[in-house]
Design a protein around this ligand. Structure first.
Ligand code: ADP
Ligand code: MG
Length: 418
């Protein structure tokens, strides 16, 4: 067991043409002994590179990686007491399951044959593959192969587990089952684990803490519910949660949020939190939006909308709503891209809205999403009011993308990890 620390770690790749790619940018992370840390972010954000530096499979351009206080930058991979599990399983095809699991121990330890056999049987039992030990990988299902890959890591009894999208090749049902199984196993073994995924559901459900990475930069580190309820910026707010948080581009006029089609007065403490910032993004999660069929009951915090499509999920309905013309749904992905190019989020949201570049919401302009109970019935095309409860709103600075205000939690003590 060990405490793993990344101290201002940077990785720059130099391409053949001499251009540089900053894959990991000044990342600092402190992973506690026995902690399950999930490193999450979109494809290409630097997750695998980070993990590979910890494993010793990639050199470190700048910064330090420590295990229990000892800098391991120059320690060869085989001497790091770390076991890594890959998405591709990376099993030796010509070896039996037993051979795959015992190979590492035979190579890198001086354990006797009996001890190795005992450990392999134990780990195989733990992974539920005890009866498959004499099979070849080609005679196993994908799920079974992944169990062998995990078993091979466990058998080494390492100080740290590194897992790079280990469940991505499994079908949805098996993935859900393995999620809980892996958590139980990690609890039992109590081995420090860094688990990489692009899947926010895995991050939310598995991590003691999650570290959210975008474009090589760490955005936030916290418990899953902390990141969900108290996102530090637009990126985290849009990345964590499914369906994602809704974003509306607004201007702040003396504590009232103004859009072409609505005015939303802020509660006093929120107004003071955003005072002096004109260009804002209003965020609200789909489950917090209330649908009011009787438009005569509109109040200060309702907005007119039309129901576009209702997707019945059984337990809940996902309702896609169109706001009155002129309302602008902010697109944080564009905000980020364009911030780099020096334009502001306002222009980006308007100009870039129709050619969906796979925005965080994945939705075009003026669509917002509400989730409601499965028994609540609405019709496509129905005109309604949507109520955005003031205590559920998040407000972001549209230029810096930083959160200026996060929702209030009625009973924060009841939310574990906050
Ligand atoms: P993730 O695992 O989050 O999808 P990676 O860590 O694989 O992301 O990649 C991060 C960035 O580094 C990407 O832009 C990727 O193209 C780049 N990259 C990764 N490996 C190399 C390499 N060997 N040479 C050049 N660029 C690389
Ligand atoms: Mg990767």
């Amino acid at each position: 067991m060990a405490r793993a620390k990344l101290d201002e770690v940077t990785k720059i790749f130099t391409e053949d043409d001499g251009s540089e790619v900053v894959a990991v940018d000044d990342v600092t992370l402190d992973i506690d002994d026995g902690e399950f840390l999930v490193l999450v972010g979109p494809s290409g954000c630097g997750k695998s590179t980070t993990l590979r530096m910890v494993a010793g499979l990639e050199t470190i351009t700048d910064g330090e990686i420590r295990l229990d206080g000892t800098v391991i930058n120059d320690v060869p991979a085989k001497d790091r007491d770390i076991a890594m599990v890959f998405q591709s399983y990376a099993l030796y095809p010509h070896m039996s399951v037993r051979g795959n699991m015992s190979f590492g121990l035979e190579e890198s330890t001086n354990l006797g044959d009996d001890e190795i056999a005992k450990r392999v049987e134990e780990s195989a039992g733990m992974m539920g593959i005890g009866d498959l030990l004499d099979r070849k990988p080609s005679d196993l299902s994908g799920g079974q192969q992944q169990r062998v890959a995990l078993g091979r890591a466990i058998v080494r009894d390492p100080a740290v587990f590194l897992m790079d999208e280990p469940l991505s090749n499994l079908d949805a049902k098996l993935r859900a089952q393995m999620r809980t199984e892996l958590q139980r196993l990690q609890n039992e073994l109590d081995v420090t684990t860094i688990y990489v995924t692009h899947d926010q559901t895995e991050a939310m459900t598995m991590g003691d803490r999650i570290a959210i990475l975008d474009d090589g930069e760490l955005q936030q580190v916290g418990t899953p519910l902390e990141c969900y309820h108290r996102p530090k910026n637009l990126f985290v707010a849009g990345f964590i949660g499914d369906p994602p948080m809704n974003f509306l581009q607004v201007t702040n006029e003396d504590g009232t949020l103004i859009d072409h089609s609505f005015e939303y007065p802020l509660p006093p403490q929120v107004a003071s939190a955003v005072e002096g910032t004109d260009s804002l993004v209003l965020g609200v999660r789909p489950e917090d939006i209330e649908l009011e069929p009787d438009q005569s009951r509109a109040d200060d915090h309702t907005i007119s909308a039309t129901i576009d499509v209702v997707e019945p999920m059984g337990d809940e309905n996902v309702v896609y709503l169109r706001l009155a013309d002129g309302a602008t749904v902010a697109r944080p992905d564009l905000a980020e891209q364009d911030a780099a190019e020096g334009t502001d989020v306002n222009d980006a949201a308007v100009e870039g809205s129709d050619d969906a570049k796979g925005g965080i919401a994945g939705e075009s302009r003026s669509t917002i999403i509400a989730t409601i109970g499965g028994m609540q019935h609405f019709d496509d095309g129905q005109d309604i009011s949507i109520r955005i409860p003031p205590d559920a709103i998040h407000v972001f600075d549209a230029d810096s993308t930083e959160a200026l205000h996060n929702r209030t939690l009625q009973d924060a003590d009841a939310v574990p990890g906050i």
